[in-house]
Structures are given as structure tokens and as C-alpha cells.
Write a protein that binds this ligand. Structure first.
Ligand SMILES: [Cu+2]
Length: 206
């Protein structure tokens, strides 16, 4: 008797759990799809004049030239935010990242394209890494920036090549450099951005 009662209960519980899962999965994908940004939310936001894309970050307002020298390393800048900011201001502890793809290229000419998928202004500066030096190990100065006197070049011009005042949210910037074999640290050196996580290694093979 006990078993015959328990079994249907167990089944019911399983069904309930599955239902709950189904519901929470649906809810989860809606939330991770952007909550206020993804799916239908994006359509609403865009109707409202926002810049938010279907994946929860600003859509690019910049067309990167297709004639740039190859290989092209795409560097994505991301940060946590809800709306585009025209400045780079970030507190220490803000969550910001740089990712690169690919992370290894051959020596010689390489184009770095910074796609700013964050909400703040970002930039890309190429710094050499000494043998054994780990990325993220540079000390930030009182201005919240690392020493970039050894910079080999930067993509910090909004929707343009080379050096400028930073790449706006949703936009891009690029630079073509000739890099010798070695390890490099791609960083965003706006105030506190490096310390907040905006660095990624690029390896250049012989
Ligand atoms: Cu940055």
C-alpha cells in the first residue's frame, strides 16, 4: 500500500519538477536573452530609440572596412551596464572584459579590430609581455591606468583607424600593426578598466 501510494506521488513530483524546470528554463532564457534587452525587449528598446541588440549589448553603429590587412584579430570589449554612456568612467570593481579571437597569429602584419559591445567608451592598446610576465600583472597608477610607454599601437579612434579619444559604445576601432614574434597584452587603458579586467593575451608565432 505504501508503495502504491508513494509511486504516483513520486511521479507527480517528477512531473511537477519537470514542469518547474520547463517554466524556469523559459523564464531563464528570457532573462538571459537580455531581460530588458533581448528578444521582444530589444524590439521595444529599439522602437524607443535605444541601441540595444538582440543579445543584450549595443548594436554596432559602425561599419568596419572589409579591406583591412589580414589576419584580423577581433577583440570584444564588454562591460556590465544597462545603457550607453558617452564617457569611460568606471569604478574599481566594475566587471569588464576583453576577449580576442584568434589569440594566436603569425608574425608580421596583423589587424586588430576592437568591437565595443559594452556600454562605456573603451580602447585597445597593444603592450609587450616580458618572458614569464602574466597578463593582468601590471600595476595601475594613481590615475587608474597602467604604463603604456611601450605601446606598439592602439585602436582607440571611434569608427576609424589608429589612435583617438576612445571607441564609443556599440562602435568599433581598428589598427594594423607589424608584430614581431612574442607575447602581447591587449589592454584597455582607460581609468580602472585594466584593473577591472580588460586585458587579454595575444601570442605571435614566428
Ligand atoms: Cu575599457
Amino acid at each position: 500500500m505504501v508503495r502504491s501510494v508513494r509511486r504516483p506521488l513520486t511521479l507527480l513530483a517528477a512531473v511537477a519538477v519537470l514542469s518547474a524546470c520547463a517554466v524556469s528554463t523559459t523564464g531563464g532564457s528570457t532573462a538571459s536573452g537580455g531581460g530588458m534587452m533581448g528578444g521582444s525587449g530589444a524590439a521595444t528598446a529599439q522602437t524607443g530609440g535605444g541601441m540595444m541588440g538582440s543579445r543584450g549589448y549595443p548594436t554596432s553603429s559602425c561599419s568596419v572596412p572589409t579591406t583591412l590587412a589580414t589576419p584580423v584579430v577581433t577583440v570584444l570589449a564588454s562591460d556590465m551596464g544597462m545603457m550607453a554612456r558617452s564617457d569611460a568612467t568606471a569604478p574599481l570593481g566594475a566587471r569588464m572584459t576583453l576577449t580576442a579571437s584568434p589569440t594566436t597569429v603569425g608574425s608580421g602584419q596583423v589587424t586588430l579590430v576592437l568591437q565595443n559591445q559594452g556600454w562605456r567608451v573603451h580602447e585597445l592598446v597593444v603592450l609587450p609581455l616580458a618572458a614569464g610576465q602574466a597578463i593582468g600583472s601590471r600595476a595601475s597608477g594613481a590615475d587608474g591606468k597602467v604604463d603604456e610607454t611601450a605601446s606598439l599601437g592602439e585602436a582607440s579612434n571611434d569608427c576609424a583607424d589608429g589612435s583617438g579619444d576612445g571607441v564609443a559604445s556599440g562602435s568599433a576601432g581598428w589598427v594594423t600593426l607589424t608584430l614581431a614574434p612574442g607575447r602581447y597584452e591587449l589592454v584597455c587603458n582607460l581609468q580602472n578598466h585594466y584593473a577591472d579586467g580588460m586585458r587579454v593575451e595575444l601570442d605571435v608565432n614566428a
